[in-house]
Design a protein around this ligand. Sequence first.
Ligand code: ADP
Ligand code: MG
Length: 625
Amino acid sequence: MALFQIAEPGESAAPHQHRLAVGIDLGTTNSLVATVRSGMSVVLNDEKGRSLLPSVVRYAADGTIDTGYSAQKQQAIDPKNTIVSVKRFMGRGRRDIAHVETLPYDFVVNENAAEGMVRLKTVQGIKSPVEVSAEILKTLRLRAEASLGGELTGAVVTVPAYFDDAQRQATKDAARLSGLNVLRLLNEPTAAAIAYGLDNGSEGIYAVFDLGGGTFDVSILRLAKGIFEVLATGGDSALGGDDFDHRVFCWIIQQAKLNPLSPGDARLLQVRAREAKEYLSQHSEAQITVKLGSGEYVDVTLSTEVFAEITRTLVDKTLAATRKALRDAKLAVDEVKGVVMVGGSTRIPQVQHAVSELFHQEPLNNLDPDKVVALGAAIQANLLAGNRTADEDWLLLDVIPLSLGLETMGGLVEKLIPRNSTLPIAKAQEFTTFKDGQTAMAIHVVQGERELVSDCRSLAHFELRGFPPMVAGAARIRVSFQVDADGLLSVTAREQTSGVEARVEVKPSYGLRDEEITVMLKDGYSHAADDASRRALREAQVEAQRLIEAVQAALKTDSALLSDGERQAIDQALTQLQTSLIADERKRIDSAMTALSQATNEFAARRMNASVQRALTGRKVSDVT
Ligand code: ADP
Ligand code: MG
């Protein structure tokens, strides 16, 4: 039973408060955090004024954990405990990692290695990529809190467009472990488009060419005032600046006729290879002189011509993927109005040149290619946190199907967010205590249209405890509801005079709360391997169930977008996944999920287009052109 009353109407109105929200580009090589400040998206620097945080984590023997530049400095002397490019392992199994021989880490192998995520043995114990990434995110969270002077409401974290469900889930889990409230995962090219679309008012067809350290993404977008539409995506999740480094690294070994290298020497040479590559973006040749731990000397000179030669096939790969994305979008190169360059590797002149040749135009560079993703993510985070103005509602493609509210005295429902509100949305209301000396309050979150709690669906119970005793009606408890663009609800309750706070995240469609997933994740680390595989099975089942429900819901509303044959293929894959759930076999569930995802890929793309169309209808042409 609820123990509070509703404050008098009018008294509950609290002034609009700016919620601290950030966008995070969790890159393979570099990560950044940005926020919207006085209407401008800005990257937040560390205490030394540096914006990039190298995505490097070092687990030192003395128990300390280092991230960023200081960790990066240690990579040559402590390669096994200094984890770089961990993003490549996110949500990946051993067999997904083709380039494993070139990495100095001790991968943990168990009988089920083909299944769960790879793990790394460090001096501080076995670490999963999720934990390693959480360290990077934690550093950025602390940086943001320090520079914004408060706790964050939430964050938008970006992922490559190519990330599959496991990789996205792993990213979300890492963010949660780091203490961030994930407002949404956002595709990196989309974030870049948001940054350009809003800042420059660009319109027409645009290609986003993102060549970072570990991934290549190309996206074809249609931008209009306030609205963008993804026409096609493509790329390669295992192609980036690291591969250019590797070509240079191999070239050095060949030139200097080196003997097999120790892990430390290999890492040192990789660092030098990267430095030479970056130097060549500004100069015509780079000299590489290194004294290796083995006592051998390296002294070679790399020219831009040779560099272009040894990396030509990598550049060609990016062009081939770009052409394919254009074909998928059924567009010719000259229909593309602009090319947005994203990622540090787009600074390579040869890449710039190749892209401008392909598109017959100079690519756009007026935003910093390293920062553009974080800047766009910050804009999105600002919207999702509810800091939006009337003219910024262009990302809101969805509505909430049922009202969300709280149980009040007498088992009645007080609706905070009415049905059909566009997402994302945030609403707050003040409540007060019912009894003298009350120090705790039970909060019951419900969803539904009926007046009585018993007729609505119960979503979550939580308690706000430990506020000072006051006379009935004196406490001011502000309950905030926030629904993100994925339809996920989080509720915060705060007693205003004492500052005591409690929050709960509700995942209506999932059946599992974020906290539970986090606990499951943590449990997995401390339990034996068989526990881990049981957990993985349960997670797979939950994930599968979620996918089934999502596909069913999509079919219900949008089956008109499908041909008979396509519908049949999806139905077949659905049935296959449903039967795999009964079998209790992880592998079967996984492959059935992959099959269903593949069968619905095109469907998802069409629904996205359709929803953009819906968002457009009802607007005057003058609004969107
Ligand atoms: P990610 O998104 O994968 O974290 P970034 O966008 O930060 O990557 O790009 C990192 C890559 O950009 C690295 O491979 C780095 O060597 C490369 N890079 C940065 N600056 C330059 C430069 N001036 N010339 C060539 N490559 C560069
Ligand atoms: Mg990037």
